[in-house]
Write a protein that binds this ligand. Sequence first.
Ligand SMILES: Cc1ncc(COP(=O)(O)O)c(C=O)c1O
Length: 388
Amino acid sequence: MSQHLMNNYGERSHSLNRGEGCYLFDDTGQTYLDALSGIAVCGLGHCHPQVTQAITQQAQTLLHTSNLFNIEKQQKLAQALCDISGMEKAFFSNSGAEANEAAIKISRLYARKKDIANPVVIVTEGSFHGRTMATLSATGNPKVRQGFAPLVEGFKHVPYNDAAAVAEQCQQGNVVAVLVEPVQGEGGVRVPDADYLSQLRQVCDQHDCLLMLDEIQTGNARTGRYFAFQHSDIRPDVLTTAKGLGNGVPIGACLASGVAAELLQAGTHGSTYGGNPLVCATALATVTELRTDRLLDNVNARSQQLLEGLKQSLKGCEGVKDIRGKGLMVGIELNQSCTQLVEQAWQKGLIINVTAGNTVRLLPPLIINEAQIEQIISTVSELVRGLQ
Ligand SMILES: Cc1ncc(COP(=O)(O)O)c(C=O)c1O
């Protein structure tokens, strides 16, 4: 561990120095099957040829100009994301938290427009929205907020998957927006009822507040549609995404439609790097691949294989409380803490993650094939059974 790095990530015992497709390699030449994708980032796998080519070409042409100038690829990327989502306008940031910051700022401007002096954004328990001051204040995990008071005001937490609780809060009259994840990722891969988003849409329409979806993790084909909200028949007012959008190059986006799309005006928000030529060229190449039927069909087929395979091979295993997921965002909730499984999996050449302390989280690259999913099922099942 370097004495010159702050300790916020704790001790990191392993290094990886090369990647190709669904595999990563360490400095001893060991191969690892990646069932994490850099936490839902490298959906197209590592060093995808089209993405690498886009990066290389753009690096040879122009890296950065600032947002004082038109950026053609930024305009093209905004158009592609709006075509896919039905949203109308985009703002580009460098991370997921910053995309959510933009959404939160939009909600504040919406409050000004409605003459609400003490606006509230409803957020949910167990949510994760980022590590900046506003996004950690919005986050529904007390551990993330701990030590950082005074927090940013104006967030009210309600239980996840409970539209009635949102409706009740809306009676207060000062709710301007509802910010939720279509599936909670960091919170333990929590999949809400199928009609949760449409119920929230109804409540928001009734009370004239913005429905803001955090698709930082669920977006970019991760759940088997390009955006997770597309499993339902609603459209949000604000949609944030990041992670898979750049396949490893840092980029986030805040998309908006209707009145929400008009609130940011010149001088009200910005970013030096946001949406620069390099990241937009990379994201354009990434989105072009991710939106194909071939890719989406693979996510759905591999998802079914993974969920069914895990359920089958862990049948009767006492410690397993639940196996759930959407697309290639899968969680196995156990009745005990299981963080040690991460190292045990590494020793078997598999990279996994544990979230919420007791949930094995699988986020493999979206290009993963049938044999590789079989390998994940057998290794993870063996490890989970070994825990008992
Ligand atoms: C749903 C969600 N929102 C926001 C974030 C924050 O994104 P970033 O780490 O890029 O700031 C994350 C990251 O895990 C996330 O999963």
